[in-house]
Design a binder for this molecule. Sequence first.
Ligand code: GLU
Length: 549
Amino acid sequence: MTDAGIRTLLIEDNPIHARLIQRLLDEVEGQHFQVQTVDRLDLGLQHLRQNVVDIVLLDLVLPDSEELATYFRVRAEATDLPIVILTGLDDINLAARAVEAGAQDFMVKSKLNAMSLGRSIHYAMEMTRAQRGEWDSPMFRLAQQQFLKASQLMKLDDNLRQRLLYPQRTLIVSFPFRRDEQDQVETVFGYRVQHVLSMGPTKGGIRYHPEVNLGETAALAMWMTWKCALVQLPFGGAKGGVRFDPTDFSRGELQRLTRRYTSEIIGMIGPDKDIPAPDMGTDAQVMSWVMDTYSQQVGHTVPAVVTGKPVVLGGSEGRNEATGRGLVYVVEAAARKIDMDLSSATAVVQGFGNVGSNAARIFHDSGVTVTGVSDVHGGLHNARGLDIPAVVDYVQRHRTTEGYPEADPVSNEELLQLPCDILAPCAMQNQITARNADRLRCRMLAEGANGPTTLEADEILHDRGVYQLPDILANAGGVTVSYFEWVQDTQNYTWSLQQINERLQQIVTGAYERTARRAETQHLDMRTAALIEGIERVVEAKLARGLFP
Ligand code: GLU
């Protein structure tokens, strides 16, 4: 940007639209645009090669280039320039995919006005600055894009859209802890991100994984906000994490690292402020150390500062298996809706950590035939059905599914493509992508993991008629029983396992029904419907609270 204004390249072949946009840019208050308009992609690329440009406004369908290829060719020429897609109402999905691929925003041409255009350009430039720096991560881009798509469809007010696009509070720490060899001190990076502070305390797990970074933690925090709002819990979303591989560490090392991480983030957490829980790489033992460290600091025992603790420390009955159980409850509600008979249905579960192993076990107990499971090393397949209690027992003894005798070994990629009624990805993010979405052979996709499916894959699955149960719905059982745990801790009163499971079923089934109803009446895919359910509640709360000062 110079004093002469924002150097804008408008690539648009429809002269009426080009003139309209030029006129609107002239009307934007407080910003001056120097616009160069071209009507073909080759001319646009040539301009980019020969001139300095601050922003590109891009129509994807041009005489010499079509659809996503248009975006990719501009991006290849201008690797870190903000790009705003101009789209017709019919092409919103295409525009959304361009944003998932890295464009900063899209604007519907028939709905443009000077103010919205000026703001979109301003925020696209701001986002590029942020993404070039600390927020850069494919997962955060996915979370933002899902949100942007939902916010376009629900016609969300621009001010709120911008407010919700980034987390409200973020802490990055680097801290040391002692390895078992006494002279060795290691420094690691830790994060705690609170996305929305308007709903009550914030809530979300702590992840220990070698790929944890700020963008990933922010994406997970954002998903927690929508998840809590979708199941109507009085929490905003948060997430934390430490970047290291817990499988390489001894119990003593894990304890020292956890205690130091807790004391680094101690100002942010508390039963009325922000309540951590387990996530990938952490468990009830880690939560016990977090609770103990916090309690030591404040001078008395505070069970409600974390959830997912052992029952003896104020943990809740049923919390350990709650994510898997919630997933099965949501699948049962969906099966009633789409007339799937679960007693003759088959399921394949990817991932055998807390979520996957419990989901597989509960499917098995409720009469669903589980034909495939996997862990990080690979998968098992048996078309006649796996004896899940025997697999659980085998994994307890060998720490892997690998080598289990009563099944054929398959890779994780092959596992996802096994024919089945229900496929439940319960492992990592980014598993179902444009690369394999057309090869999935399930009727229903129940997402136990956070962010397992990319936006492009969503569309392929939607077109192929796969019934999707999105992550913020299908895995909401965990945080729901976390909420029960927090309520029991603050009331010093315990509920029975039966009460817990009944209330869990009621809450997640209710959320499923609201989502399915919205998807049907508004002709939305299930993910967008679930997101809008969540976003609407947050927006209502934010508007009711107003702006300080
Ligand atoms: N980490 C879990 C999730 O992603 C649970 C969070 C919680 O219980 O607070 O939903």
